[in-house]
Structures are given as C-alpha cells and as structure tokens.
Design a protein around this ligand. Structure first.
Ligand code: MG
Ligand code: ZN
Length: 218
C-alpha cells in the first residue's frame, strides 16, 4: 500500500515544530551545532575522533550519537575528549528526529558548551527529511562509496551546508572520478563548501577545523 501522503506531511511538520524549539534552545545557549550525516562507514565517528583533540583545549564540546544499537560511538567520542557524550539508541529507526534530539538536550546543560556535534544514524536517505534544529547540516562522503552518490541520493546532497570528502588517501587505489562526483554535487548544491580530508593521514583536516572554529566564534 502506498504511504498516506497527508499523514507523512503531518509527521514532518510536527518534527519541524520541535526542531524549531531545539534550535531556539541551542541558539539561546550560544552553542554552535552541526548535524553530521553519512552512509555507514564513511567516517562520522573517525572525523569526530580527529576533530575533538584539536578543539577541546579551547572549546567545550558535547556529542550526541545516534545509533540503531550500542553505545560504541558515544564511548569513542568520550575517549576523544568530548566533555559530554550522549547515546541515543533509536530502537531500530534509521534516522534521528527532533524528538530524539530534544530528549538528549534535556540531559545537557547547554550553556556549558561551545559546540554540539550530533552524529546521525548512518543512512543517506531519511536523515535528510528530519530537521533536528542544528545550525548546519554536514555530509561526509567517502571515496570507497563511489563517485555516483550525489546522483543516487540527491535529497541528501541538496540539503547540506558543508561536504566533507573522507578517505582521499585511497584515491590512487579506487576508480573514483572526482570531476564526475563534483559535477553531481554542483548540480544539486552549487558552491557548497567542501573539505577533502583523510582521517587516516590527517590531510585536509586544518581547513575543516578552521571552519568549525570560525562558526563557533560567530
Ligand atoms: Mg559512527
Ligand atoms: Zn529513517
């Protein structure tokens, strides 16, 4: 049976209302916040692990981690220096929604933090439809996923404010046509700020960290 469109629209508008409320709370506390999205294995947690040690001497960072099960990623964020890390187990849901983030925000004294990183569930489809109330949406693509992902997941690529391209150290070994990939991105999201990085070698991470710091200070 096809999905009932009015019901889906009601769910999304209820989500958007709560996302607005989340946004007001985050904004009132003076915290910069990002919604980090990617397919499974693209390197969300690895990027968090590489990012936190370069921020936590000057800034206080909270990480909210969405996963279908386990608290492994929240544990890794805590080990990397997050001053708070909260795990949301979605109970099978393949995305975070504003209600889940709302529950996590209730566990944080937001005024204590400068940066809030929300690690969404690994999935390139529905996380794009559920606003959480963060300031920026960040997508991590990775070289082993292939260069056709903007063409296959336009909804995700269209909606993001920044794009990290991870695992660029693997470019010599994988037939990934960067021109083709970037043409696809440009067609959907012209001029989106892009950070080619390798979480393994550290290449490219400076520009990503600078972007975060500029936004934290704004
Ligand atoms: Mg992860
Ligand atoms: Zn989902």
């Amino acid at each position: 049976m096809p999905l009932n469109v009015p019901i889906v629209e009601n769910i999304l508008s209820a989500n958007d209302r709560l996302a607005e409320e989340n946004h007001s709370r985050i904004e009132a506390a003076g915290v910069f916040s990002i919604n980090l999205m990617a397919s499974p294995g693209a390197g969300k947690t690895s990027l968090i692990e590489k990012t936190l040690p370069r921020l936590t001497d000057k800034f206080r960072v909270a990480v909210v981690d969405g996963d279908i099960a386990t608290s492994l990623d929240a544990d890794r964020a805590a080990a990397a220096g997050a001053q708070a890390s909260i795990q949301i187990n979605t109970g099978g849901e393949c995305h975070l929604d504003a209600v889940m983030l709302h529950g996590a925000l209730n566990q944080l004294d937001l005024k204590q933090f400068d940066l809030l990183i929300v690690e969404n569930v690994g999935n390139l489809v529905c996380p794009a439809d559920f606003r959480l109330g963060t300031h920026k949406s960040v997508l991590i693509a990775s070289i082993p996923e292939g260069d056709d992902k903007p063409y296959k997941y336009p909804g995700m690529y269209r909606g993001v404010d920044a794009l990290v391209i991870n695992k660029i150290d693997l470019l010599p070994y994988i037939p990934f046509k960067m021109d083709f990939f970037q043409r696809g991105v440009e067609a959907l999201n012209q001029g989106v700020i892009t950070f080619p990085v390798s979480c393994s070698t550290g290449e490219g991470l400076d520009a990503w960290i600078d972007w975060l710091i500029q936004n934290i200070k704004r």
